[in-house]
Design a protein around this ligand. Structure first.
Ligand SMILES: [Zn+2]
Length: 315
């Protein structure tokens, strides 16, 4: 019986002996199976190779990324280190500023105000003072590994700067007020010409007209008619009138509860509402009103009460 199949013949080109192989159906099926198996194996190997190449590329990318991140971390550490130094410098400057503020307060005679500020507004804020004595230890330095503490340090420093700013503004206001008070306080003689002199003192005296004892609420300065009468401190003219007793009379309001009066003027050189400076000529010495001779009657009033003007003469 003949088998089903094919005969495959190999004919050499060199003219040698021919060979024939009988390819039965079973052999054909076996050949197909082997071919399919080999194809699958080759495909699997190719896929594995491709996967390997891809993993290598991924690893290289991750390596590059890691190196880049390391560079970023190094740069951030350098930045934090720099901030660390800057904050340390700012803390030292804040401490210096606090000391400077104390010196200025001391020189301006405002130590009490400083103490009040420390126990009052600043203490209520619970943030300590600019001298840093209570707070400096709490101001942690920037840590390379603890960004939370770094943030707290900056916040703390910001708080101290805010307090310092408030205190300096308060100090500026106090100094401004003090300076204004110094400018306004009557502290020179109302008649500064060489020919003028003190002719009558403050206090009880005999009235030159009636002969009775009378309280003299100011001092008198005599001098040539027309001598200069000057404002003894910065102030505003609140009265310029003719008075039966004191003749041509000027009254200045210096603020802070202080007023001065200048009587017996020959002529007034300012009017109500004028702002005058210390040393400015405001009238000419005269003999108007009840007067025994050319002179100026000068009063210093503090909260309406007459003071001895001599105590205010610094010149
Ligand atoms: Zn008088």
């Amino acid at each position: 019986m003949r088998k089903h199949g094919w005969t495959v013949m190999f004919v050499p080109h060199t003219g040698g002996k021919r060979k024939s192989v009988l390819l039965t159906r079973q052999r054909f099926h076996l050949l197909v199976v082997i071919s399919v198996f080999c194809t699958v194996v080759l495909l699997r190997l190719a896929y594995g190779y491709w996967q390997g190449q891809r993993s290598l590329a991924d690893l290289k990318a991750e390596k590059d990324l890691t190196a880049e991140m390391q560079q970023q971390v190094t740069a951030q550490q350098a930045t934090i280190q720099s901030l660390n130094s800057q904050i340390q410098g700012l803390n030292e400057q804040m401490n210096d500023l606090g000391q400077l503020e104390k010196r200025v307060r001391s020189l301006a005679g405002l130590s009490k105000a400083s103490a009040d500020a420390e126990s009052g507004k600043v203490a209520s804020g619970g943030r300590g003072g600019p001298d840093g004595s209570a707070n400096s230890s709490a101001v942690a330095m920037l840590s390379l590994h603890q960004p939370y503490e770094s943030s707290a340090s900056i916040s703390n420093l910001s708080g101290r700067m805010e307090i310092c700013q408030t205190r300096l503004a308060e100090l500026a206001d106090l100094l401004e007020t003090k300076y204004e008070r110094m400018r306004s306080t009557p502290c020179i003689r109302p008649a500064t010409d060489d020919e003028t002199w003190l002719s009558s003192s403050f206090g009880w005296r005999k009235n030159p007209f009636s002969g009775e004892r009378q309280f003299h609420k100011g001092v008198d300065m005599a001098g040539p008619l027309g001598s200069h009468v000057v404002a003894t401190g910065k102030g505003r003219v609140v009265s310029a009138k003719r008075d039966v007793e004191l003749g041509w009379l000027l009254e200045l309001d210096h603020g802070f509860g202080m007023r001065t009066r200048y009587g017996h003027g020959e002529k007034l050189l300012v009017k109500v509402g004028d702002l005058v400076e210390r040393g400015q000529t405001i009238a000419l010495l005269g003999n108007t009103g009840r007067s025994t001779g050319p002179h100026i009657h000068y009063e210093v009033l503090v909260n309406g009460k007459a003071q001895n003007p001599i105590k205010y003469f610094l010149d």
